[in-house]
Design a protein around this ligand. Structure first.
Ligand SMILES: [Zn+2]
Length: 291
């Protein structure tokens, strides 16, 4: 009786498996923004574990035990920083690791904001394309340190991505220029667009403070309604991650249009699912809404 030995076949399958591009780096990402950035720089050499997915409010997120496991196993853990990830210390402790956490906003100059009377860092830095370019350089550096064998690959992708960010920046400036400076007044339901406003010359009239958990007080809503009327603001905007009651109320009482949804705290899952398309969506929505 002839015995067919399965080992050579098995071995061939294993070899094929390993040559079909297993990632060299595993990166856990605590923001949809850092997930997109890691994809752009990492390409086929990086496997990404997206912990925070589109539509999840990062201000309110709590990691599950399975998230903790993914973070513990990753080579690097990317987060957006400046106080956005309130769960960070707990997550580091639970995963039992610290050295591999990468604060992507380390390279970005901070704007301050007021939250319940306290001065805090504004965490929504990626609404400035200039800031995203700094973040791109930082993430590339960290990938190259962690995986020096693929240094040239990451540098090449960094160059390509910076080119596309420059193009995005040019396009945004041309689009915003359609709007006279007197119309560049933004009413949003949490103060997420300060970096955007600085870059493009807008004034922000927030409906409530930093946290999406905070309910807008009726006093605050009244103040905003007064400001919208006196300044002749044409539109108010919703955000993708929260309750829009206050915005609707303000629109109804002032006669301002509701200008559509802005992606304030992260990317969408179909619309605005990349950094590039999110920025284009927000710029178009804001400019067309306020015309
Ligand atoms: Zn936010």
């Amino acid at each position: 009786m002839k015995i067919i030995h399965p080992l050579p076949l098995l071995l061939a399958a294993l070899l094929l498996g390993s040559s079909s591009g297993r990632a060299d780096l595993t990166v856990a990402s605590l923001s949809t923004i850092t997930t997109d950035l890691a994809k752009n720089i990492g390409g086929t050499h990086v496997k990404i574990e997206a912990i925070i997915k589109p539509g999840i409010d990062p201000h309110e997120f709590e990691p599950t035990p399975s998230d903790v496991k993914k973070v513990a196993k990753a080579d690097l853990v990317l987060f957006t920083g400046k106080g956005m990830e309130g769960f960070l210390t707990k997550l580091e402790e639970a995963a039992g690791v610290t050295g591999k956490f990468v604060n992507v906003s380390e390279a970005v100059p901070t704007l301050m904001m007021t939250d319940e009377g306290r001065k805090v860092e504004d965490p929504h830095w990626w609404h400035s394309v200039e800031n995203m370019k700094r973040a791109t350089r930082l993430v590339t550096d960290r990938f190259e340190q962690a995986d020096p064998a693929n240094r040239g690959y990451y540098t090449g992708r960094e160059k390509e991505y910076l080119t596309s960010l420059n193009e995005l920046q040019r396009w945004s400036r041309v689009k915003v220029a359609e709007l006279p400076s007197s119309r560049r007044k933004l009413v949003t339901s949490h103060d997420a667009l300060q970096y955007f406003a600085r870059d493009y010359g807008f004034t922000i009239l927030p409906v409530k403070g930093i946290s999406t958990a905070e309910e807008a007080s009726s006093q605050h809503v009244k103040e905003i309604i007064g400001v919208i009327r006196s300044q002749g603001v044409k539109a108010v905007f919703f955000e993708n991650i929260e309750n829009s009651r206050a915005v609707n109320q303000i629109a109804a009482e002032t006669g301002a249009r509701t200008g559509g949804v802005l992606y304030s705290d992260g990317l969408g899952d179909t619309e605005a699912s990349t950094y590039d398309s999110m920025m284009r969506h927000n710029v178009n929505t804001i400019v067309d809404g306020l015309k």
